[in-house]
Structure formats: structure tokens, C-alpha cells
Design a protein around this ligand. Structure first.
Ligand SMILES: [Zn+2]
Length: 420
């Protein structure tokens, strides 16, 4: 569900509040920290936040002007979480492959038996829009019920015109029908399809000349991503995709430096990317370019965990260079079948060494920044979309401290209240 941006400038202009939430504690996540308010109140008018502060600072007549008053019984209210990197639309299942890997069967043997990303491509190509939608909806619900009110989803398991468009249509249908805000990213340069074996340049020609213009024409994606890696596409190839995407007016992002350093992050930063994602092997030179161009670093601890990687992203360097970090599930069937953003924040703390406050910023305002949505989402501030979650927790850091629980009590998206 997308929001509109019309909002009264002054409190006096608001005649009626749709909702007033009182008796709550708020971690607004504004100003790059928890910015906690004890004894807070939040007012919602239409789909926007019109008051966020101490209840004692509430204009006196606000309670009279509110259609619904919610006693939050001292729950903590935090911004709706933003999962800024997922691949959750796909056909088939790869759980058998997980069993095989753990039984010691090699990657080559698994691929020979039809496993790996190309099994997902095969299964996604043959599924109908309705079946892909039904499967993906379960995953969106799972993320949403654990607090993610904004979710980005990439295409990239079609790798031909028809199926890439089909995936983007499924993502659009999810956005049209779900309470969460869903953002679509085109990831045609995800892997080289078998029909182009040995001809990656030709495949990039196809993506750049035929698929990207069609995606633009249909208006069903706002961003374009690519996989810059030895097992993906080269620096030059991904640069061609991103340049064309930029020319067509898309936002751009890049899977960069997950398994080796190809210099992708620096290249994408110079082209004005919103985010560079993974970054385990990123160089200091590329990070400096990211810092100069205000690019968000998206950390994906789920893939690091499932692939049992050893090289961690350079957290201290990211801090030293003042680069915003986001954390996302990277939900995908091959390397990160992770359906909980709070759990991803726990992994970012334990595996990468983020503090719980950094992890929570990463899953809220910095996730929004990675999607170009920082003016609408990610903090609880007047004028922003009324997307927030009431949690049954004692402190905000409980979200990345406990694992396996799902303490969301109430989810508000664009002003609509959903009780759990
Ligand atoms: Zn990914």
C-alpha cells in the first residue's frame, strides 16, 4: 500500500484526529539514536503522524478531537521496520538442497541433480502469477507479523522478458493488496540464464536494450539492481546495466563484494546508487566513494550465516567513514531463507558486532534510506507516514536480544490499525 504526501503543515489545521495512542513509550529512531520518549503519545491524521512526543505536551483538545483513543498500557512503539533487500517471490523450494548440503553432498553434485539458483529459475518460470502470489503472500505476512511494514522485493528468477515481468506483476499485486508498503526492484542481471551460456555480453545487451525499457514502460519497478561478482556479472557488465537504468530514471543499487572485491561498490557509488549490499570484501577506496556519495551499506547477515562465510563486512570502517548501515533479511531460497527482520538484527549484532541501537537504526531509518524513502518512513516524526508497531517488550533493544519470539501487539500502516 502506497501513501500519499498531502499533509497539513500546522497542528491547528487538523480538525479531527483519526487515532490517538497514549500511555506508551516511544523509540522514535530520529537523530540517529533511540530518541526515547517515556510517557509518550502519538496522533494520527489520515495516513500521517501529526503528533509524536510527551503526552504532557499534547495540545489539550487533542483527546476531544480524536475518533479513537488507544491506551497502549506502557508498550513500546517503534517505527515500522523496513526490510530493504529481499527476493521473496520465487517458485519451488530449495529445502531438499539444504538437506543435501548438510549430508556432505558437493555443490557440483547438487547442481548436477538440478539444484541451485537455476532450479528456482525453472520453477519460477513455470508457475502462474496466482501461485507465485499465494506463496509470496505467506512470506510477506511472516515478515509483516514481525514488524516489517515496508518490504523491498527483487525480480531476478525469471531471467527472460516474460518471467521477469511476471515476477514484477506479482510484486505489484502484493503492494496493491497488502497493508505493507512493497517496493519493486528489477534484478534482471542476477545470474546468467542457461540459454546465454558463454555469452554474458549478449545477455547484458538483452537486459539493457529490451528488458529495462519494457520495465520502465510498464512502470512496475522503481529500482534496478545487479549482481557484481565472479559468479554473477563483471564490473563492466553491471556498470552497463546501472548506467542504462539511471538514464531511464530508475534508482540504482548493487549486490557488491559478497564473495570477492570487484570494485562494484565504488562504481555504483560514483553512479549515485542508493545502496550497495553485502560488502564483506569491500575495499577502503570503494567505501570512501560510498561515503562521499552518501550511499547506504546494506548488511545481510542471513546469507553470511547460511553460507557459513568467514569474512565479515568492515563495521568499524563503516562507522569511521560515517556510512549509514541498513540490515535486511535478504530473504531468498538459496542463501538466506530468513523470514524475520528482528532475527536479522540479532545476527547483525552477534555475527557482525553492531550494537542493538545501530541494528535497530539499520532496520528502520537506514533501511528506508536504502530505498529512498527516508522522508516518509523509518522514524516516528510529525509528517511521516503513520507506520509503527507496538511491541510487548521492556526495552527497545529486546528486539535484537530475544530470538524466536514475535512480540508485536499492534501494527499501524499508513494510518490503518491492525491488532495482533
Ligand atoms: Zn540479494
Amino acid at each position: 500500500m502506497q501513501s500519499n504526501n498531502s499533509f497539513p503543515e500546522k497542528l491547528e489545521e487538523i480538525e479531527l484526529l483519526d487515532h490517538l495512542f497514549v500511555n506508551c513509550n516511544i523509540a522514535t529512531m530520529a537523530n540517529n539514536c533511540y530518541s526515547s520518549i517515556i510517557g509518550g503519545a502519538i496522533g494520527v491524521s489520515g495516513n500521517k503522524i501529526c503528533f509524536a512526543g510527551k503526552k504532557s505536551d499534547l495540545p489539550l483538545d487533542f483527546e476531544k478531537r480524536a475518533s479513537h483513543i488507544h491506551d497502549m498500557k506502557k508498550s513500546w512503539i517503534l517505527p515500522g521496520l523496513v526490510d530493504c533487500h529481499t527476493h521473496l517471490v520465487f517458485g519451488g523450494s530449495r529445502s531438499k538442497e539444504f538437506e543435501m548440503k548438510l549430508a556432505g553432498i558437493s555443490y557440483e553434485e547438487i547442481a548436477k541433480q538440478g539444484g541451485g539458483i537455476f532450479s528456482t529459475v525453472k520453477d519460477t518460470r513455470k508457475e502462474s502469477i496466482d501461485n507465485l502470489y499465494e506463496q509470496a503472500l505467506k512470506r510477506v505476512n511472516c515478515l509483516f507479523n514481525q514488524g516489517a511494514t515496508t518490504i523491498e522485493i527483487k525480480s531476478g528468477y525469471g531471467l527472460d522478458l516474460e518471467c521477469e515481468l511476471k515476477m514484477l506483476e506479482v510484486i505489484k499485486k502484493l503492494d496493491d493488496n497488502h497493508a505493507a508498503t512493497i517496493k519493486a526492484t528489477f534484478l534482471g542481471a542476477h545470474a546468467l540464464p542457461h540459454e546465454y551460456k558463454g555469452k554474458s555480453g549478449k545477455y547484458i545487451d538483452f537486459v539493457v536494450d529490451q528488458v529495462l525499457p519494457e520495465v520502465k514502460k510498464q512502470g512496475i519497478a522503481t529500482s534496478v539492481d545487479a549482481f557484481c561478482e565472479n559468479i554473477g556479472f563483471s564490473l563492466k557488465e553491471t556498470e552497463r546495466v546501472l548506467r542504462k537504468a539511471k538514464d531511464l530514471g530508475f534508482d540504482i543499487k548493487l549486490h557488491a563484494e559478497q564473495l570477492s572485491d570487484s570494485g562494484g561498490a565504488g562504481m555504483a557509488a560514483e553512479l549515485g546508487a542508493l545502496s550497495c549490499d553485502h560488502l564483506e570484501y569491500v575495499s577502503k577506496a570503494s567505501l570512501k566513494k560510498m561515503a562521499q556519495n552518501n550511499v547506504t551499506a546494506v548488511l545481510l547477515p542471513g546469507a553470511f550465516y547460511y553460507l557459513k562465510e568467514k569474512q565479515k563486512p568492515p563495521i568499524q570502517l563503516l562507522r569511521d567513514l560515517n556510512i549509514s548501515t541498513a540490515v535486511s533479511t535478504d530473504m531468498n531460497p538459496g542463501s538466506s531463507p530468513l523470514l524475520s527482520l528482528p532475527l536479522a538484527t540479532n545476527m547483525a549484532c552477534i555475527l557482525f558486532g553492531l550494537t542493538p541501537e545501530e541494528a535497530l537504526l539499520s532496520a528502520t531509518i537506514n533501511g528506508a534510506k536504502a530505498l529512498g524513502l527516508e522522508k516518509q518512513k523509518g522514524t516516528i516524526e510529525v509528517g511521516k507516514d503513520a507506520d509503527f508497531v507496538a511491541w510487548d517488550i521492556v526495552e527497545p533493544c529486546d528486539l535484537s536480544y530475544y530470538t524466536g519470539s514475535s512480540p508485536a501487539k499492534m501494527i499501524v500502516t499508513c494510518g490503518d490499525v491492525i491488532h495482533k
